[in-house]
Design a protein around this ligand. Sequence first.
Ligand code: AMP
Ligand code: MG
Length: 625
Amino acid sequence: MTQQASISGLILAGGRGTRMGQVDKGLQPFRGKTMAAHVLERLAPQVASVAINANQNLDTYAALGVPVWPDDLAGFAGPLAGMEAGMRRCQTEFLLTAPCDSPFLPPDLAARLLAALRAQDAGLAFAMTQEPGRRPQPHPVFCLVKASLLPILSQYLAEGGRRMDGWYKDVKAIEVRFEDADAFRNINTLDELHSLDTPRAPRLAEVTSCLSGYDPDALPVKDAQRIIRAFVQPVRAVEQVALRAALGRVLARDIVSPIDVPAHDNSAMDGYALRGDDLPAEGQTRLAVIGTVYAGKPMDVAPGPGQCVRIMTGGVMPAGCDSVIPQEFVADEGTDAIVVAAGVLKAGDNRRFAGEDLKAGSAALREGKIIRPADLGLVASLGIAEVPVRRRLRVAFFSTGDELRSIGQPLDEGSVYDSNRYTIYGMLERLGCDIVDMGIVRDDPAALEEALRSACENADAIITSGGVSVGAADYTKQIMARLGDVTFWKIGMRPGRPLAFGRIASNGHGAFLFGLPGNPVAVMVSFYFFAREALLRMMGADAPLPLLRARSAGAIRKKPGRTEYQRGVLTHGEDGMPQVRITGSQGSGILRSMSEANCMVVLHDGQGNVAAGDMVDVLMFEGLV
Ligand code: AMP
Ligand code: MG
């Protein structure tokens, strides 16, 4: 008899789902099926048969093709009551329970629990995980139990006991350690469900294996950008906000126009609406003015041949009229008539068509757009008061370094004020992120690990500065690698060679990590050329950096084989063309060079020395974020 033949599986779906707003957790949709269906799919290969314990929506559960067993105890008495119902009906030696909200349960759950239970001759075995430096985390609802222990459990329940581990005193219960804490992750709220309901993130190794000649110690800027782009995942959650509050946010769905804008054909000028047929081929013609149309005050007139209507800009075109002659083009004949000369107007001139700005049913704005002032106006023109936007991205950041002091602290020998946290604050704020400023973290492994874990648990992305350069990186690397999937690069660029990138997790919460170098210019350059695009992608936005071409005022020394970002000042040259000159000292620690510049000159990999007058690529700071 195979091991699995001795085990019946039971999916515990008997709760009320109070934390999901009274909805039945096991029936919540998740990646194309219900949560219970995911658990069933993972459990079925491990056991002889599966049943579901549920106390509501029994028919819906039964539609999954397995028996459904309600509690024998009344009143939603908790998982232990479900286990009792399972043990009572189970036909095998063992029962294995798993909660309906754990779609990632381990594929070797049954095998490992059974092996340990047998080895230690226990009555019950349950899973536990322990992340480094954390307390053990028991998972008592992932439990393999001998069905013959039913009388002991029933006795405990009859006495009013409800705690999952409350009856262990009467049975031999053992813990079995599993490595992957995420596999036991249960989903308690709809928010969590939605945040998880994204395609599985790739592993970094999967992404880098697609690059030919990938070398983490000599990585071209473009390759690093490509890897980051392929690796980060957008947040899915959407919120509905009042139109004004949408400024700077990322549109989550297309805005479809419910109306034609403008709603009617109307006049583009102050003048006279007339019939194009009445325009004289030569000489001049006299038209009688039969009324006046103001904007917002349409008039029910239909001029006949030889007639026209005085009309203001935006006024609705009267029936039969197709052209507007501006008032300065006509000779006045009192208020009753105008004289129009040949050749001053073509039929159809100065008439705006209904729907020429937007047609009803067409997309006025596309999903992923960062909403600018013009977009607010456009949405308002459709009469739409609220728009769906992606939820704000939460970004935690901290500086590392024993030499750093916060503003307000005395600057003792050898120390510097932490400036990176201010530049990073500014750049994140401009991107429209929610920020979590975590201050300065000492160069100490325990402090770094604690900061990274806390950042993970509170944010979607983490930005650190300092501590990734060659000398400093050893323990940083170890900690980051332990917390997740992180790679350390030496990028072919200047300033800003070292960069740590990846995704780390703590207690089931994951976050993308950007370990930027410590030098104040390097941190900004790395942010703009790597973190910025990644954060925007996570926000659901697409906003590539536009490079301009400008003439270099002077010669620039440049080594081929790496990308250089030189700080520059762009002005209009004497020929009226954009011209760029490099600001003084270009050291990667000299923040003044950034502050004085209005642009960066981007000198690409293959490029060598630049001669005065050569054209170079330039990235303007203004409008950047
Ligand atoms: P690191 O990458 O930690 O080796 O730091 C490189 C250089 O950047 C050192 O001179 C640091 O003092 C400086 N640095 C690191 N972090 C900061 C910061 N937050 N503010 C100002 N300077 C920093
Ligand atoms: Mg440092």
